[in-house]
Ligand binder design. Sequence first.
Ligand SMILES: Nc1ncnc2c1ncn2[C@@H]1O[C@H](COP(=O)(O)OP(=O)(O)OP(=O)(O)O)[C@@H](O)[C@H]1O
Length: 260
Amino acid sequence: MSLLTLDNVTIRFGGLTAVDSVNLEVQQGEILALIGPNGAGKSTVFNLITSIYNPTEGRISLDGKPLVGIPTHKIADMGITRTFQAIRLFTELSVLDNVKIGAHCRGKAGLVHSFTRLPSMKREEAEIEEKSLEALGFLDLASKQDEIAKNLSYGEQRRLEIARALVSKPKLLLLDEPAAGMNPQEKVVLMEMIRRIRDTGITVFLVEHDMKLVMGISERIAVLDYGKKIAEGTPSEVRSNKAVIEAYLGSGKFKSRIRR
Ligand SMILES: Nc1ncnc2c1ncn2[C@@H]1O[C@H](COP(=O)(O)OP(=O)(O)OP(=O)(O)O)[C@@H](O)[C@H]1O
């Protein structure tokens, strides 16, 4: 069953068509990767799904409900959360507070009201703390809850961002280059985490340049080039797709990366 549907989605920035008539379905419960050369339009697709941009043309829907026009801050309420290419943490706050902030942004009480001491706010605060600890546990960060975020290793900081995105139990998790800057050991841990997340029923849609990771965890892969979808299929189908190999580099570099 299709959870997220992009129907003929296009966005133009002046004379540049960054995403060009893209049709894509993300199936419930799968791990789907979106790959493509630098500037192909991958992050723009995520920005369209999360209403940071409105498409010039086309429709996007989640569970059949239109997303276009929904304000960005309401997208999480619809069941979509994301991480960003560059880590966005409150580096001076504790690990736990970083996750709680993610939950507060969605809670009825809101961040400001949470500082008041009404009983209903206290109850919500306690619930948020519980959910935040659960999300940290899931990402193997429970023992780090009181650490200051900036003291975590790079891989742990990336996992903390995922914990923050998970705290509201989304239907769809968007991961934008989750392995960027990670060492090989951290990538192995990350792959395991992504599988674990999917196994809870959360659909995972990721943009990633690390081909070993993409080929290792994705059930399906879609490929963008100059904003157009040029291929879609299983890792082995994409790996041997001529258009993909040609589009990616025009040099041997991608060939060797994609065929590993
Ligand atoms: N707000 C914007 N205004 C103008 N051009 C933009 C805007 N956002 C993205 N672009 C352009 O759209 C194209 C696609 O960018 P995008 O960041 O989506 O690519 P990408 O595939 O994610 O690249 P990378 O792998 O390098 O992160 C690029 O040419 C980029 O410069």
